[in-house]
Design a protein around this ligand. Structure first.
Ligand code: F1P
Length: 306
């Protein structure tokens, strides 16, 4: 599998995902006591990719009947809401907004963090830590950490990642379709737990390849986003297809793309495309423009004098 894929860190990490997802499912059994219990009302937070994984997990948890689950960007978690537990997702464990939120919530509710490196500052602020060191990444742009974290969280809800891992292996073995490689603009659509995946897919192409991408809940496409579809646009449905949508995309001059593979495997195809389009544009996906592996903000100064 992955080990034979050429390229830099990002390509190699993308290719290692099926094995990581299977390992994450094993880990889910070991750490079940630290993950949200059925019936708990929880908030799940992250930044960037981690926020979109939070969205996906929140929808999956509610769909599985495990309880109310709100997903927030860490900087936007409302004050004053009551939750049974706060679940924090952070690959680096050093993101400023994550540490600020944990400091604010300390002592008010149980907190658990899923991170790649349990030696980072986030572990000092959280009550419990789940480490996914086997899925840690050298890359700036997240791929296998994020999807392994989702595989772990979904496995805890009862979804076996085995079929998705098999599907990802098939995707990794196939060349990318020429119509995807030729596109100039992408709109990703999802529903339920695949809406977070749609956001993550769009982010991947922006981060790695600097492309114009958008993402919406599938039924929102007709409420404005269709206006940007035209020649060179791909409208990519992750998950369930919506009746008539392919015809409407074609009428607008775009190409509708529907993966009949598992949505997690479809996200792997997007990651592969992001790397291929970056290289085609002369960019290095291991060194994405304007991005750092973790956003660490300088402490706020005294502010303007009144
Ligand atoms: C994640 C993140 C990445 C993004 C960027 C900055 O933070 O927002 O998704 O690509 O490189 O960091 P975290 O999961 O480490 O908290």
């Amino acid at each position: 599998m992955g080990e034979s894929v050429a390229g830099g860190h990002t390509e190699q990490e993308i290719a290692s995902q099926p094995a990581c997802w299977r390992r994450a499912a094993q880990l889910a059994l070991d750490v079940a006591g630290s993950l949200p219990a059925p019936g708990e009302r929880i908030a799940v937070v992250g930044c960037g990719t981690s926020w979109f994984i939070a969205q996906s997990y929140a929808a999956a948890r509610e769909e599985a009947g495990h309880g109310e689950t709100d997903a927030f960007a860490a900087s936007e978690m409302p004050r004053g809401r009551r939750y049974d537990r706060l679940l924090v997702l952070s690959r680096s464990g050093t993101t400023t907004e994550i540490l600020q939120l944990l400091a604010r919530m300390r002592g008010t509710l149980p907190t658990v963090v899923v991170t790649a490196d349990p030696r980072t500052p986030v572990t000092e602020f959280a009550d419990q830590v789940i480490g996914l060191d086997f899925a840690d990444e050298a890359s700036v742009v997240q791929t296998r950490f994020a999807t392994s974290e989702l595989a772990l969280l979904r496995a805890h809800l009862g979804y076996d990642p085995g079929p998705a891992a098999d599907a990802a292996q098939r995707v990794l073995a196939r060349p990318l379709p020429p119509e995807l490689l030729a596109a100039r603009q992408f709109t990703f659509l999802g529903t339920g737990w695949t809406y977070g995946l749609a956001n993550e897919a769009a982010l991947k192409l922006r981060e790695a390849a600097g492309l114009w991408t958008e993402a919406y809940p599938v039924m929102e496409y007709r409420h404005g986003p269709v206006a940007v579809t035209g020649p060179g646009s791909v409208v990519w449905l992750l998950g369930t297809a919506a009746d008539g949508l392919a015809d409407e995309v074609a009428a607008a001059g775009g190409t509708a793309w529907f993966d009949d593979e598992d949505p997690m495997a479809a996200l792997v195809r997007v990651q592969m495309l992001a790397v291929a389009l970056a290289r085609a544009r002369g960019l290095d996906p291991d060194r994405p423009r304007n991005l750092a592996r973790s956003v660490i903000l300088a402490p706020a100064g005294p502010g303007p004098t009144p």
